[in-house]
Design a protein around this ligand. Structure first.
Ligand SMILES: [Zn+2]
Length: 300
């Protein structure tokens, strides 16, 4: 059974804040340690600043109750944050994306609709609303960065004129709690994908999205259907069956990046939901470095 995921528009305003600090009141004894900490934190921040930042919040005031039938031991919060992390590591162009999300029911977003996303043009220009349909039997994975519930993994590739690209990262053969249920992670990735930039607005010729420089694989013409990607393995295909997980493909990421900015060239075509290894390693060094400096100061 194929379930369709249509798209609507929404528009709300976001807010930003600022931080100011002074060290003039800190005694001379502690000033070197304080400056070292600030320096190390700035180094850690600098490595992760160049990325889209998805600011999201659960709209508890307007949410319907969670689904009556589900399994997997996870939560909507955990799934949403994991899906957001995949996108943040995929399109690393600097941009704030603001999203509120909640449960809805079939009377609100339509029977047969798993999820529904509003979006902003350009991406990030407003706060978008994403709703998930509580009337489905969901697999809400308690360990969404692992795919151990699925026995089969199928990758696919195709050349659309700009070189061979990945067009499918699909998990099937669902077991246990994933069997017979709809994968909330796949649907959260999909709905966030609409907000990030796959909504029909990316440059296209009517039937294909056009990938251009400085994106990799420029010259590719990726099949389009409405505000979706017309590839069976793409996460941004308009439908998904039960017992199936579809992660982001290179096709999904390139179309989103194409819409994000004409200059978007900071792209990771095979993202994980975890921080990039280089960022992670530096953050560990920062923590160890600060702990070590504290020890040295204490012993002095
Ligand atoms: Zn969709």
């Amino acid at each position: 059974m194929l379930i369709w995921l249509p798209v609507v528009c929404g528009a709300f305003m976001g807010q930003r804040g600022s931080l100011d600090a002074s060290i003039s009141h800190i005694s001379k004894r502690y000033r070197p340690r304080f400056l070292l900490l600030i320096c190390l934190v700035c180094c850690a921040c600098a490595t992760s600043a160049q990325a889209i930042t998805i600011n999201s919040s659960f709209d508890s005031a307007n949410s319907e109750p969670g689904p009556a039938t589900w399994a997997g031991g996870g939560s909507l919060l955990g799934i949403f944050n994991t899906a957001a992390s995949y996108w943040q590591n995929a399109v690393t162009q600097d941009r704030d994306i603001n999203i509120v999300y909640r449960w809805a029911d079939s009377s609100q977003i339509g029977g047969g609709v798993l999820g529904l996303a509003g979006f902003c043009n350009p991406p990030g220009a407003c706060t978008a609303l994403i709703r998930f349909n509580r009337d489905f039997n969901w697999f809400i994975d308690g360990t969404p960065t692992f795919q151990e519930e699925y026995n089969n993994f199928t990758e696919s590739t195709a050349d659309f004129g700009g070189g061979e690209m990945n067009t499918g990262r699909v998990f099937t053969g669902a077991t246990g709690d994933a069997a017979g249920r709809f994968d909330l992670l796949s649907v959260a990735l999909h709905e966030i994908g609409h907000v990030v930039g796959i909504n029909g607005g990316a440059p296209n010729n009517g039937t294909e999205y056009t990938i251009s420089s400085p994106r990799p694989l420029d010259g590719s013409l990726i099949p389009k259907t409405g505000g979706h990607i017309n590839l069976s393995g793409a996460n941004m295909n308009p439908g998904i069956g039960s017992s199936t997980r579809r992660l982001l493909t290179e096709a999904d990421i390139l179309v989103a990046a194409e819409h994000m900015s004409a200059a978007a060239n900071e792209i990771n075509l095979n993202p994980s939901a975890l921080p990039e290894p280089s960022t992670l390693v530096l953050q560990i060094f920062v923590i160890l470095g600060y702990a070590s400096s504290r020890r040295r100061i204490r012993r002095a």
